[in-house]
Design a protein around this ligand. Structure first.
Ligand SMILES: [Fe+2]
Ligand SMILES: [Fe+2]
Length: 243
C-alpha cells in the first residue's frame, strides 16, 4: 500500500481512542500498522454509528436508543419491587414497635435494622426508575396490589418472625425471576436487583435464626409454666431442651 493510500485509509477508518487513551485499533493488536485497515473498535457496533445515534433524543438521558428492553414493562416491574420494599419497610417498622412493647429488645433492634435496609432498597429502586424516565409509584392506594409480599402483623414474637420470613421468601423468589428477566437487556437493573436479592437472602437467614431461638425460648417458657403449675408435659419438655 502506498503512503498516500495509507494516509487516506487512516482518515477514513483510523483507530478511535476510548477508555483513558487506550487505542483499541493498535494497542489491542487488532490492526497491525497504526491506522492500516484497523477496525474502528473491538466492539461489534460501529462507534461512529453510536455517536450519531445518541445525539438524537438526548433528553432521554440514560435511556439510549439501543435499550432492548420493554421500557414500560421494566418500569412496571420496578414499581412492583418498590411497592414490595415499602410494604416490607412498614411491616418491619410495625414489628419493631410491637417487639419493643413486649421487651424483646434484641429482636426489636433486628426489626428496626431490616426496616431501614428495606427503605434503602426502595430508594435504590426509585432512583433506577427515574434513570429510566419513569415515575416511582408511592401512592399508598396502590401499594398492596403491587407488592409481592403482604403486610401482616403478629400477636406474638414468633408470629411476627414467621410473617417476616414468609415475606422474605416471597421477595427472594420474585426478585430471582426479575433478575432473570433483566439479564439479557438491562445489566444495570439486573445488578441492582441481584444486590437487593443477596440482602433479602441474608434477611431470611437472620429471621430464621431468630425464629429458631424464639421458638426454643417459648417452649422453655411453656415447660417452666407447666412445672410451676404441676402439669409437666414430658413431650414439650424434652422437645424444648433438645431444640
Ligand atoms: Fe428489601
Ligand atoms: Fe428483606
Amino acid at each position: 500500500m502506498s503512503n498516500a493510500q495509507s494516509e487516506k485509509n487512516k482518515e477514513q477508518t483510523g483507530p478511535i481512542t476510548l477508555f483513558h487513551g487506550t487505542n483499541l485499533g493498535t494497542d489491542l493488536g487488532t490492526g497491525g500498522e497504526a491506522g492500516e485497515s484497523a477496525p474502528a473498535s473491538v466492539f461489534l457496533t460501529n462507534i461512529a454509528e453510536i455517536r450519531n445515534r445518541v445525539r438524537q433524543n438526548i433528553m432521554s438521558g440514560a435511556v439510549t436508543p439501543d435499550y432492548k428492553g420493554d421500557l414500560k414493562l421494566t418500569i412496571a416491574i420496578l414499581n412492583e419491587a418498590l411497592a414490595t420494599e415499602i410494604v416490607c419497610t412498614l411491616r418491619y417498622r410495625n414489628h419493631f414497635h410491637l417487639a419493643e412493647g413486649i421487651e424483646a429488645q434484641s429482636v426489636a433492634q433486628e426489626f428496626l435494622e431490616h426496616s431501614n435496609e428495606e427503605l434503602n432498597h426502595a430508594e435504590l429502586i426509585a432512583k433506577r426508575i427515574r434513570e429510566l424516565n419513569g415515575e416511582p409509584d408511592y401512592n399508598p392506594a396502590n401499594l398492596l396490589s403491587r407488592s409481592h409480599s403482604e403486610y401482616q402483623t403478629g400477636a406474638t414474637l414468633t408470629e411476627m418472625l414467621q410473617e417476616d420470613l414468609i415475606a422474605e421468601r416471597i421477595a427472594i423468589e420474585s426478585y430471582r425471576e426479575i433478575v432473570r428477566y433483566f439479564a439479557p437487556h438491562d445489566p444495570t437493573s439486573r445488578r441492582m436487583m441481584e444486590d437487593i436479592l443477596a440482602r433479602e437472602e441474608e434477611h431470611a437467614e437472620e429471621i430464621q435464626t431468630l425464629l429458631s431461638q424464639t421458638s426454643w425460648k417459648s417452649k422453655e417458657h411453656l415447660r417452666q409454666s407447666f412445672e410451676e403449675s404441676g402439669e409437666i408435659d414430658e413431650s414439650e419438655s424434652t422437645e424444648g431442651r433438645s431444640a
